[in-house]
Design a protein around this ligand. Structure first.
Ligand SMILES: [Zn+2]
Length: 576
């Protein structure tokens, strides 16, 4: 259990949690020995609890979905009954179920069922996959999907003629892996009525144009909506299928709590429906989509959605605000000019005053505000708003989240701990890929680029640092992100220089980001995030102990078993 500053107020409920549990040298047990056998025990393993009161153990016992014993093998005896299922760990590592504090299970899952370009490593591969998508579904009115990497194309701006050659007969709409750009063909532009005369839509839209001023086929940020609004709506069953796919993938990676990072009402309805009809394989903190173009009058609608679709495992208690764009497209809001574009600092999607008003209304209504902030100006503006809200409510409101947080002005770093704001990083982005070396660092210069993803500096301030994947933007696999947080190298690189090496963290810290800190970020640290007797039995079993191997090999480990609320929600098909 974490005991950093902002948590002190909650220790009272921890005391309640453990009131019925007895702590001894053998282990912590939550019922009188011999009283009732466990449903499931895991024994003879390397259990890393992420609970500082008992950091390691050999065995756990589970009854009715909860951990009733955490401790040595010797203390397990009273929990073994004739019907107790036993998992022999043989030294394998057990961790708390992972918490992904920024992920898109629904839209990623839907995308996986469409033209899925994620993981393409060359331009050729992207083109081949698009061509296959077009022939695979000749009757579909649109070719849609996404996940291609922008750097595969000149200036991160693929041309429509190229897409016309692959999809000549229908409109096509394909989003980039970062979801901040779309590649469209001529038919799609025609349907949307986008011509040479169409202005870039405010606040941050860019219609990329050729030298002679014609729409080239790439749309950025709010310009994407010019075409996207003509896409046919996904049916309820497509949305549910997407969610089912997204959460099954999460379970396969050991994730037992997700923060759905941007939900429409239809998405919230899908969570609610699946939880009622088939029981979700993880719990979800759901951030409802806020319309940045509207003011606090929309909060009543969000409250209605929250009330309608709240269930035991699906909690639409958060609200998502996009404050800026991304550096690689020049749409992130910076404090100083982009180096390659004098006079341009990017735009905020809403003014500081509008953000303040919205944060106040959402906070008053009990919403956890989840802000997308990438540039140093977006981060500062969001912190200003949270700081002012804290002055108004004395820190009694919900815990808010800043996600992505790429470029910092160092003076803002201590403010996360000061205001109790969660720093939600996507640690898989902590290495120098081509997004960084070609599209980010050259726009910032070395002095500013030093403050890209300062994970360790932020950690040392005592802030609640948590982790997430932003899938389907990046892989959902927490082990890839944990390795990258530790090495600051590409997870498939065995050697080579670390990127901003002073920002590396140790393995224990990286795992905390993905477990107990994520639980704190969710306001669920009394329920999950550590292997503590009394908490929900949310566990992941890896095939090896990554603490006893080289950091470069962390992501070679695979998940053997994922347990959520005491139920096995994923079991690897062929354990060795
Ligand atoms: Zn996201």
């Amino acid at each position: 259990m974490e005991r950093t500053g902002p948590l002190n107020a909650r220790l009272g409920s921890r005391t309640r949690l453990l009131a019925a549990c007895a702590f001894s040298s053998l282990g912590t047990a939550c019922s009188a020995p011999g009283a009732q056998p466990a449903d499931l025990v895991l024994r003879d393993g390397a259990v890393r609890t992420m609970d500082t009161a008992r950091p390691t153990a050999e065995a756990v016992a589970i009854r009715e979905g909860r951990l009733v014993y955490v401790g040595s093998g010797a203390g397990l005896e009273p929990f073994l009954g004739p019907d107790t299922e036993i998992v022999e760990l043989n030294g394998r590592l057990v961790l708390p179920g992972f918490v992904d504090t920024h992920v898109h299970p629904v839209s990623g899952g839907i995308e996986a069922g469409e033209c899925d370009l994620n993981g393409s490593t060359s331009r050729r591969e992207v083109l081949d996959r698009v061509a296959r998508c077009a022939t695979a579904k000749p009757e579909a009115p649109w070719v849609r999907g996404g996940g291609f990497d922008l750097p595969l194309f000149d200036r991160g701006a693929p041309r429509r003629e190229l897409l016309d050659s692959l999809v000549p007969d229908r409109p096509a709409y394909l989003t980039s892996a970062d979801a901040h750009s779309a590649w469209v063909n001529s038919r799609a532009l025609e349907i949307a009525g986008v011509t040479d005369e169409t202005p870039d839509p405010p606040p941050d839209g860019v219609i990329v144009r050729t030298a002679d001023g014609r729409p080239q086929g790439t749309l950025r940020e709010s310009a994407m909506a010019l075409v996207a609004r003509h896409l046919p709506e996904h049916t309820a069953s497509e949305v549910r299928a997407g969610l089912r796919h997204g959460l099954a993938l999460a379970a396969s990676y050991g994730i037992t709590t997700v923060h759905e990072a941007n939900a429409t009402e239809a998405f919230a309805a899908a969570y609610h429906h699946l939880d009622a009809t088939e029981t979700l394989p993880s719990r979800a903190v759901i951030a409802l989509d806020v319309d940045e173009g509207r003011g606090p009058e929309q909060v009543a609608e969000l409250v209605a959605i929250r009330d309608r679709y709240r269930s035991a495992r699906a909690r639409p208690v958060a609200a998502k605000i996009f404050l800026d764009g991304v550096i690689e497209s020049g749409t992130a809001a910076l404090l100083e000019d982009y180096d390659d574009r004098p006079g341009w600092r990017g735009e905020l999607n809403l003014s500081p005053t509008a953000l303040d008003t919205l944060v106040a209304a959402l906070d008053d209504a009990g919403f956890k505000v989840h802000v997308h902030a990438i540039g140093d100006r977006a981060i500062r503006t969001a912190l200003d708003a949270f700081g002012r809200q804290r002055e108004r409510d004395g820190g009694q409101g919900p815990r808010h989240v800043l996600a992505h947080i790429q470029l910092f002005d160092p003076s803002d770093i201590p403010r996360f701990a000061e205001y109790g704001v969660v720093a939600s990083f996507q640690p898989l982005w902590f290495y120098a890929d081509t997004y960084i070396t070609e599209l980010t660092e050259p726009r910032l210069g070395p002095d500013r680029a030093r403050w890209l993803y300062p994970g360790r500096t932020l950690e040392e301030t005592g802030a609640v640092v948590a982790a997430g994947s932003d899938w389907s933007v990046s892989s959902m696999n927490p082990l890839l992100a944990i390795e990258t947080a530790v090495t600051r190298r590409a997870p498939d690189a065995e050697s080579g220089p670390a990127w901003i090496p002073q920002e590396r963290v140790d393995l224990d810290t990286a795992i905390r980001w993905y477990t107990i800190r994520g639980a704190v970020a969710s306001d669920l640290d009394q329920e999950t995030g550590s292997i503590t007797a009394g908490k929900s039995a949310d566990l992941v079993v890896l095939d090896r102990d990554i603490f006893s191997d080289a950091p470069e090999r962390i992501s070679d480990a695979v998940v053997d078993l994922t347990i959520f609320e005491g139920r096995v929600v994923y079991r690897r098909a062929t354990p060795p």
